[in-house]
Design a protein around this ligand. Structure first.
Ligand SMILES: *[C@@H]1O[C@H](CO)[C@@H](O)[C@H](O)[C@H]1NC(C)=O
Ligand SMILES: *[C@@H]1O[C@H](CO)[C@@H](O)[C@H](O)[C@H]1NC(C)=O
Ligand SMILES: *[C@@H]1O[C@H](CO)[C@@H](O)[C@H](O)[C@H]1NC(C)=O
Ligand SMILES: *[C@@H]1O[C@H](CO)[C@@H](O)[C@H](O)[C@H]1NC(C)=O
Ligand SMILES: *[C@@H]1O[C@H](CO)[C@@H](O)[C@H](O)[C@H]1NC(C)=O
Ligand SMILES: *[C@@H]1O[C@H](CO)[C@@H](O)[C@H](O)[C@H]1NC(C)=O
Ligand SMILES: *[C@@H]1O[C@H](CO)[C@@H](O)[C@H](O)[C@H]1NC(C)=O
Ligand SMILES: CC(=O)N[C@H]1CO[C@H](CO)[C@@H](O)[C@@H]1O
Length: 834
């Protein structure tokens, strides 16, 4: 029986709604504060808190924060390390683009954007009133009618969220739809009349977010089972502005090494990785990195190698040979440490006493791949160094390049302690019970799994006394942070860290893959909203397992999937144990398709890398971008999640169903679109049916963008020496802009340069100008060619500094191609034609 049923007698007592009255406003340096006094309560999930304190912080011009707390009792608050922007609030009347209003009784709060008087947050919702009970906090906001909201991850669902209850509680589940999953990201973006704003609930406890429609009003109700009410409202602007304001707060996405953007091959069940790499080479398909799943380990013990199947000396020789040609190696590292005396990781961690404790203060023992295991406590001040020391032992044997961290929800094969699941401890609704809180969030596929299901016992404690109940959702984030620090210390280079579990701000620490999906067309289809959704949650480095993890991939599915997966920001083929092999060279048709699309990916990597730079510095945040991010005014674009864009440049319109050879894509009429392959301008816009035979994925360039590309090579170290080609796609006004970020691709503190391009063209002529940020950047690669799409008449002369340049003009497609010799890509130039 589920614990919560025990509380049914209390649930039946429900009557009155909860009401607070606002009293005694005090002006503060950061804004103002007020007391909230309970007028009536329902005591439904515990005693209503009589006195609350409201604090309103005028943080920046675009960001307001408010908190509602119990001023007399200390409560859990998400640690400040999840907040990247620690600058002091600017205080009121500093040009903020919001105003704060309230009603005194019953208390409610309204936050309005000053520039257009749009209401961004309004807690006046009758059926979701402010409630503050020890294990149940509730607050709601009105969204207006016919609302469009995005985020509240992680769930597999449409990008534009349907009415539903979104539960946030990190879980290891094979990606069922509409269920809480590996990550918790209580941020949403709302689109109203073409403008975006954002709301972040900074809370790490389990929660339900109810998105509903009541009397033609859409509302969101947040129900958290702990912590405090801590909200950040971002006034937004464009969708990118809203996401940027969020990542400024929780951490800008990190800059991955360049090689992380190459193609990765992985599977559970590899015996000989050498032949896999060889077969990729023979098939002439790009392969940057080979991965191994848990089977490389000795009995699944972290930091070890199976002496028979993956003898460390042999693995070292293999990895050295990969490095010699410029390839890389990624091993999986799990969280659980077998509690076996004599195992160095266990012994050293035990000596430091850094395992997560159970409710009685003993080491908590769960069960994962290596059997009975303890779990490092990332709150322990010595855990970071211990983790690095263990990884150093592993790295000294085989010099791997990054880490794939898994099972970090924390996943557990048992419900708490094996054979001894938690039992209710509370005798009344007012007694704190970590495993059986009076309000049960809708955990798992059945929506009623207890909190401890397949994870730790919620009575577990961390260093300093922190409860697993409160910190559970932070685990993957913290492990990613520790792992990247450790790897960067060990290698002295930027590291690739791909994690399964995450929390808000994760993108500043590492990347994600979307977890254990299946080899089905439905999974392929849903991978697009999933990748877009994590991008708008500030994690641009993300991709789904190409060809699918569980079940057998068919030739056709694998071919279609690589046509999508080649464009995920993180592109990896991964397969489960016992499934039919699905490397890209397994089928001749897939080999051909993969060569084509991965070569396109590799051409475009200067664009991807530049977009990661933009995300890091806040020029923009997403790499894979929903169509509505580029066309926020376009109502139809809001619902598009079967196509996606890379930056503002490339639109991918893939086939996502079996035996389908045509696909209908949406091309916002405001845009000017060009076929990526032929450069032909698209004669139609709106919903357009396109041919898409099995070996073809429709790709289009958006007018207005200048896309930096570089000739490919199966190994990126070599590709990076190749000449660049700029694709200048003119918009309806005859102009376009773009940029290119360059650095050495791997150093932590690196010299770099940033080049901006501007093009303007009319019937009588045109020009392209490049301006560099750093003049002394020693980049040697050349700019070989510039293709300008949409030039209506052939010029008679093209020149740069009075020097004539050779060019061709293709009348059929109105493309001007300019050929350059000895022009460094990192240079300033102005090219003119007439
Ligand atoms: C809301 O508050 C602003 C000041 O922040 C004030 O100027 C405005 O009149 C208020 N609006 C309402 C409807 O109370
Ligand atoms: C939505 O709100 C607008 C403005 O308040 C109103 O004109 C419209 O009728 C509403 N639509 C529905 C379906 O309630
Ligand atoms: C590599 O290719 C050979 C020849 O096609 C094939 O027999 C072998 O099974 C492949 N090995 C792996 C590990 O893919
Ligand atoms: C590991 O945990 C199990 C289960 O709690 C226990 O029986 C065993 O003694 C532990 N091993 C060590 C070395 O502590
Ligand atoms: C793959 O490409 C090769 C070379 O272009 C071609 O000869 C072959 O017919 C293609 N195979 C398939 C199955 O498409
Ligand atoms: C012009 O472009 C079209 C479409 O890409 C192509 O088929 C044709 O060969 C090009 N013509 C010349 C002269 O390059
Ligand atoms: C950056 O470039 C400058 C000048 O070229 C050089 O002195 C410096 O060592 C470089 N720094 C790094 C981290 O590469
Ligand atoms: C059906 C399903 O949940 N499939 C998931 C598998 O693929 C990615 C994750 O790897 C998800 O986005 C899919 O939805």
């Amino acid at each position: 029986m589920r614990g919560v049923l025990l509380w049914l007698p209390f649930l039946c007592l429900v009557a009155a709604t909860t009401e607070y009255k606002l009293e005694s406003i005090v002006n503060e340096e950061y804004g103002w504060s007020a007391a909230l006094r309970l007028i009536s309560g329902d005591n439904k999930y515990g005693k209503d808190t009589k006195d609350l304190r409201l604090d309103v912080y005028f943080q920046t011009r675009e960001r307001l924060r408010f908190t509602i707390t119990d001023p007399y009792t200390a409560r859990w608050q998400v640690p400040s390390f999840t907040i990247a922007d620690q600058t002091k609030p600017m205080g009121p009347n500093r040009g903020e683009d919001y105003q704060v209003n309230y009603t005194t009784y019953p208390f409610s709060l309204q936050i309005t954007r000053r520039s257009d008087l749009r209401v961004l947050f309004d807690s006046n919702v009758l059926f979701g009133p402010l409630t503050f009970q020890n294990q149940f906090l509730q607050i709601s906001t009105r969204l207006g009618n016919d609302s469009s909201i995005f985020g509240l991850g992680e769930h597999v669902t449409n990008l534009k969220l349907p009415y539903n209850t979104y539960t946030l509680w990190n879980r290891d589940l094979p990606t069922p739809e509409n269920t809480n999953l590996y990550g918790s990201h209580p941020f949403y973006l709302q689109m109203v009349d073409g403008k975006a704003h954002g709301v972040f609930f900074h809370n790490s406890n389990g929660m339900d977010v109810l998105y509903r429609q009541e009397s033609s009003q859409d509302t969101l109700t947040f129900r958290a089972i702990g912590g405090i009410l801590d909200f950040y409202i971002f006034t937004g602007g464009t969708p990118e502005d809203a996401v940027n304001q969020y990542t400024q707060l929780v951490g800008r996405p990190y800059m991955p090494p360049y090689w992380a953007l190459g193609f990765h091959q992985c599977r559970y069940g590899y015996r000989t990785v050498e032949t896999v790499v060889e077969n990729y080479t023979i098939a002439d398909i790009p392969l940057e990195t080979i991965w191994t799943d848990i089977d490389y380990m000795d009995n699944y013990f972290d930091f070890t190698y199976d002496p028979e199947r993956f003898p460390p000396a042999q693995m070292k020789a293999f990895v050295d040979s990969l490095h010699a040609v410029g390839r890389h190696y990624m091993p999986i590292v799990d969280v659980g440490i077998s509690n076996t005396t004599g195992y160095f990781a266990y012994d050293s961690g035990s000596a430091l006493d850094l395992w997560t404790k159970d409710g009685e203060g003993n080491d908590f023992i769960g069960k994962v791949w290596p059997g009975l295991s303890v779990f490092p406590d990332w709150f322990h001040p010595k855990s970071a160094q211990w983790w690095e020391d263990c990884l150093k032992v592993q790295h000294d044997q085989v010099p791997f390049d990054g880490m794939w961290i898994d099972m970090n929800e924390i996943s557990n094969f048992c419900d708490g302690v094996c054979g001894n699941p938690p039992k209710p401890i509370a005798n009344s609704v007012d007694e704190f019970d970590p495993n059986f809180p009076p309000y049960a969030i809708q955990n798992g596929e059945n929506k009623n799994d207890p909190l401890y299901h397949s994870v730790l016992d919620m009575s577990c404690r961390h260093y300093g006394g922190e409860r697993e109940y409160d910190t559970h959702n932070l685990h993957g984030y913290m492990q990613t942070w520790r792992s990247r620090d450790a790897m960067e210390n060990i290698r002295g280079q930027r590291a690739l860290i791909i994690s399964r579990s995450s929390y808000s701000g994760h993108g500043s620490r590492g990347g994600r893959w979307t977890g254990d999906n299946r080899s089905t067309f439905r999974d392929l289809e849903m991978s697009i909203p999933d990748v877009l959704h994590l991008n708008l949650l500030g994690i641009p480095l993300v991709g789904a397992d190409i060809c699918g993890f569980q079940e057998d991939a068919t030739e056709q599915l694998c071919g279609r999937w690589i046509q999508v997966g080649a464009f995920y920001p993180f592109s990896r083929n991964h397969n489960s144990l016992g499934q039919k092999s699905q490397e890209l060279y397994r089928w001749e048709s897939v080999t051909n398709i993969s060569r084509t699309v991965l070569n396109i990916r590799y051409r475009l990597l200067p664009l991807y890398y530049t977009l990661f730079h933009h995300a890091r510095v806040g020029i923009s945040s997403t790499v894979a971008r929903a169509l509505f991010f580029v066309f926020p005014q376009d109502i139809q674009a809001l619902s598009i999640d079967q196509q996606f864009m890379i930056g503002n440049s490339l639109l991918i319109t893939p086939v996502l169903t079996e035996d389908t050879y045509q696909v209908t894509g949406y091309f916002p009429p405001m845009g000017r679109w060009y076929d990526f392959y032929t450069y032909e301008e698209m004669p139609y816009s709106g919903n357009v049916q396109l041919d898409a035979p099995l070996d073809f994925v429709p790709l289009h360039l958006l007018g207005g963008s200048i896309t930096p590309t570089q000739a490919p090579n199966n190994i990126l170290r070599e590709a990076r020496k190749n000449p660049f080609l700029l694709i200048v796609a003119l918009n309806h006004q005859g102009s376009s802009t773009g940029s290119l970020y360059l650095d050495d691709g791997g150093s932590i503190d690196t010299n770099s340069t940033y080049i901006q391009y501007r093009c303007q063209s009319s019937r009588t002529g045109g020009s392209i100008r490049s301006t560099r940020e750093k003049k002394d950047y020693p980049e040697k690669a050349l700019l070989g060619q510039i293709d300008v799409l949409g030039v209506s008449t052939s010029p008679s002369v093209v020149q740069s500094n009075n020097q004539k340049l050779s060019f061709t003009y293709n009348e059929t497609v109105s493309v001007l191609s300019i050929y350059l010799t000895n022009t460094l890509v990192a240079s300033d130039f102005t090219i003119k034609w007439k």
